[in-house]
Ligand binder design. Structure first.
Ligand code: GLN
Length: 200
């Protein structure tokens, strides 16, 4: 199985290590010719979404990748990757691929909660059972889901960005797209990547 990992900026290497340990071949996407060989799935890593979005356009990969996602290529976006997928950004005039019918607020957790850990059950993990370790770094907040039929929340935490109690959706699945506000590639638990490979 060949998995493309967007490698223009951010935490792409960590995804590659997990995917390789699971037996997948990784293709780093750095320039438009890297798209040629074809692949079975796409990872959009964490990092800085504004930089990634700008580079995707400058490097002429944006339209082809958007087309692949809309035509069904499985994609998993983590943190900045989730921002790239979101149809609306509530605190940014930009939107990027816009293929995932959710609204996202960038850097929603403020200074005090800028980076934090939690754990929760993730719906659809291949080995079920235990809670998954969730690492958040300047994470986006999924403030709205507006296609309830197709978008399934797969993981929630009981804390809102302002620290109050509430059901905060931090991961969704919409057909071929998985969007996570946290960083599964920064943990030793590879079940989110296994779930993604199963989708591929
Ligand atoms: N804050 C970043 C952004 O807005 C996302 C952070 C991350 O990917 N860890 O793009």
């Amino acid at each position: 199985m060949r998995i493309a990992v967007l490698a223009v900026q951010g935490a792409f290497i960590e995804h590659e290590h997990i995917l390789q340990r699971l037996g997948a071949e990784c293709v780093e996407l750095r320039k438009v010719s890297d798209l040629r060989g074809g692949f079975d799935g796409l990872i959009l890593p964490g990092g800085e979404s504004t930089v990634q979005g700008k580079l995707l356009r400058e490097l002429h990969m944006f339209d082809a990748l958007k087309e692949m996602i809309t035509s069904g290529t499985p994609v998993m976006g983590t943190c900045a990757g989730l921002i790239l997928l979101a149809e609306h950004l509530s605190n940014d005039t930009n939107a990027y691929f816009g293929t995932l019918p959710i609204t996202v607020q960038r850097n929603a957790y403020g200074r005090q909660l800028g980076s934090f850990s939690a754990s929760a059950y993730v719906q659809g993990l291949p080995e079920g059972g235990e809670e998954f370790p969730l690492e958040f770094i300047r994470a986006p907040y999924i403030s709205g889901i507006y296609d309830d039929e197709n978008v399934t929340p797969i993981v929630t935490i009981p804390k809102m960005p302002d620290g109050s109690e509430g059901q905060n959706v931090v991961g969704v699945r919409c057909q071929n797209q998985i969007g996570l506000a946290f960083h599964p590639e920064l943990t030793k638990d590879n079940r989110c990547h296994k779930m993604f490979l199963d989708l591929c």
